[in-house]
Design a protein. Structure first.
Length: 255
């Protein structure tokens, strides 16, 4: 497949006796939004951690921009991570820093720019995400949606080529969920970003995805367009997308 920017090849990962990834294969093309969908405990967030190199596979390999991010030197991992941004489920803001200082943090930590340049970059991202009025506010005093946007602004300060989203609409009302969805679409359209989005939110998946990879028991059981997923004859996928309690899916009660 041409223009691959992320590839997971037969990745296996266990934690103790729990075998989470059982031959995970994933291919993400440049400029697309890939949604990773599936029930809890099946390996969605674990897959993201392999893509960022935070976890090493027990077997298999993970490649980013054609280079191994698994089983490689920390220097090489850092160079690949510098080309990625991550939006964590909670926004992962530092509570004692203002929104402005949270967004500026990666630039200051990695000494990418001087303070004048940092101010220009941060203000640009805050304007882009409609956060300027909240720039001096602490995270405890802003809404969940604003926390997500601030986390997204921070992930964009280094101008990444890939953005990884872990449950970006979790805990948000439908209106704010659509604000986040529209931002993901806008980033792809205007900046050409490649996005990988882990979600349980079917309406979000249908709205933003170019393709969807449905994971079940640590493997992709179907990767296709929104219509291909929606119209799949696989009873596990149909049970999940319609939220049925009865069906072949083994429910995970461990989370």
């Amino acid at each position: 497949m041409e223009n691959l920017v992320i590839e997971m090849k037969n990745v296996h990962k266990s934690f103790g006796k729990r075998h989470i990834l059982k031959g995970m294969n994933l291919q993400v093309k440049k400029g697309e939004t890939m949604v990773i969908l599936g029930p809890s405990g099946t390996g969605k967030s674990v897959s993201l951690k392999h893509i960022t190199g935070l976890l090493e596979p027990d077997e298999g390999d993970c490649l980013v921009f054609g280079k191994k991010i698994s089983h490689t030197k920390e220097k090489d991992k850092s160079e690949l991570r510098a080309r990625m941004g991550v939006l964590f489920q909670s926004g992962a803001l530092i509570n004692w820093l203002s929104v402005y200082d949270n967004v500026a943090l990666p630039l200051r930590e990695h000494k990418i720019a001087n303070e004048k340049e940092i101010d220009a970059i941060v203000m640009q991202k805050l304007k882009w995400l409609d956060l300027v009025p909240a720039k001096d506010t602490l995270p405890s005093n802003i809404s969940g949606g604003m926390k997500k946007r601030a986390g997204l602004a921070r992930s964009l300060t280094t101008n990444p080529e890939i953005v990884l989203y872990d449950e970006p609409t979790s805990g948000l009302d439908p209106v704010m969920s659509n604000v986040i969805n529209e931002l993901i679409i806008r980033l792809q359209r205007e900046l050409g970003l490649t996005s990988v989005v882990v979600t349980h939110d079917m309406s979000s998946a249908y709205m933003i995805a170019d393709r969807i990879s449905f994971i079940y028991e640590g493997q992709v059981i179907l990767c296709g367009t929104v219509d291909e997923i929606r119209n799949s004859s696989n009873p596990i996928i149909q049970q999940f997308i319609h939220g049925k309690t009865q069906g072949p899916m083994i429910l995970d009660h461990s989370e």
